[in-house]
Ligand binder design. Sequence first.
Ligand code: ADP
Ligand code: ASP
Ligand code: MG
Length: 592
Amino acid sequence: MSLIVQKFGGTSVADCDKIVAAARKAIRAQKEGHQVVMVVSAMGKNTDVLVDLAAQINERPPAREMDMLLSTGEQVSVALMAMAIHSLGAKAVSLTGAQIGIRTDSTHTKARIISIETERVKELLAAGNIVIAAGFQGIDENLNITTLGRGGSDTTAVALAAVLDADACEIYTDVDGVYTTDPRLLAEARRVLQISYDEMLELASLGAGVMHSRSVEFAKKFGVPIHVRSSFTDITGTMIVDQPESLTRPVSGAAMTKNEARITIEGVPDVPGISHELFHSIATKAISVDMVVQNIGADGRANISFTVPREELDQTLEAVRNAANILQYASVAHDEQVSKISVVGLGMAEQSGVADKMFRVLADANINIQMITTSEIKISVLVSREDAQRALAAVHSGFQLDVTPSDAPESVAAVPRECERDAAEVVSRLRTMEDLTIDSIVLDDSQSVIALRRIPDHPGIAARVFEAIAAEGILVDMIVQNVGRGDAANLSLTVPKEDCEQALVVAKKIGAELGAEEILCKADAAKLSVSGIGLRSHTGVGIRMFRALSDSGINVELINTSEVMVNVIVEGKQGQAGLAALNKAFADVLVS
Ligand code: ADP
Ligand code: ASP
Ligand code: MG
């Protein structure tokens, strides 16, 4: 008998009528012959109401008590849902996270799942019940109630689907699928029928709040196909699966993170260990650092910029100042009026010209870019907040995201049911639920770095540089742009070694036109990449990487991060030693 997990978000259970409508959907699925597990969120904005209540009592409520409070929201809705199902004549049992046996670590308010018991749920299903699980919550080893972070019911749903080997995981919400960008932000957004795990993972963590990003990590790790669809209609929504919507389009979605703050630390000694010290001192405050950019410096000094959520700016500045005597920086600057705009697409990895197109579109809209980071499948730029909405609209239409690609599937791909797994494999999954998984550590010593230092900053710089390089047919791999003193921009890029000389000629010409102070070239560079699942939620990855390199006396010259990968550039001759150091440092989590 097949098993379906159906998750209903807050707006889908916001009042009694909606609860009854959700109950009907579950009963219908049961009547069609499926076993049904429902995962339910707190009603409407109830979680926000509880957060407000806590703030009225205590500005800094203890995290344990916060979880005790927040978990009640879901307890209300599961009970009401069970009552609704009973009133419609079917059998249902509601369960809290603890009653199911969702074991988590003890990181209150952002706990990670360690294991899930399946016995009780299976017995209840076998007895003909619809099982209603409270989303977003678990229990630690001392029986304390924990929660998984805002939006965490998605993660409960996908995790249950994984351990129960469900045939489908349906996420019912207030939109009818995943769109090319948040349809509330842009009317031109287009619903896609299909999107790949990696794209959804990047989009979710770059601001597309439709899915909790950890739920997508789960889905990818355990191969759970997710169907995102509307609670209010019956139309098919979007499948999140292995394959992208189009194999020809370089970009499949865009996202905005509105409230970011940028911190720029100038003139740090360009010696091993500095990035480690910096991010270690920030991580001790449990702040998650987002875009990280480090440029090749002059006179043995480097500039590091990074972004954090705006509300964490003060704490971050405090951490940076606390580390002042180790970091020995010249100055610290910050800007809290910034937003991040990103484009994501699997196709970007194979196609050139995506970056210069993005920069051109923004330049034409007269939008200044403060920072740039890229990864294989995304490009992010930091812009001033007042430009953010225009920037999103410009890239969305620039990449024709409003137009359906010609090779898009006409209907949602039927996902074949995977073959039965043996019991031992299911048990081994349970043991490693949300562990960090590193699937590759790679050395690429085919690249050189070109850096244009201190270019007077104005819209269009990046576009000019990349168009000139692309015109020579040179493929740019990593791109890093940083702001510096007096708003001068520093731009670094990596190109294949054999194209280095030619790229340098172009860079010198454009650099002179743009008024750059200096053009540098490091012909012999090595790129070290660590990729896997859980890099963002396990904030220690970057730190572990920087520490391993600094312990081996290796200096990090450029940094670029994404949801699925952390890349650094080091001196070419240190590539092998760096690779060995990283293999050792990640040996416990590396899956071969
Ligand atoms: P739920 O309460 O059901 O979990 P959420 O509010 O968490 O619902 O997620 C749904 C919302 O996500 C939508 O209303 C939409 O505004 C927002 N959203 C952001 N990005 C996207 C996107 N790319 N596609 C669809 N919805 C998006
Ligand atoms: N109720 C929780 C929240 O609002 C969890 C969820 O809805 O996914 O964040
Ligand atoms: Mg949600």
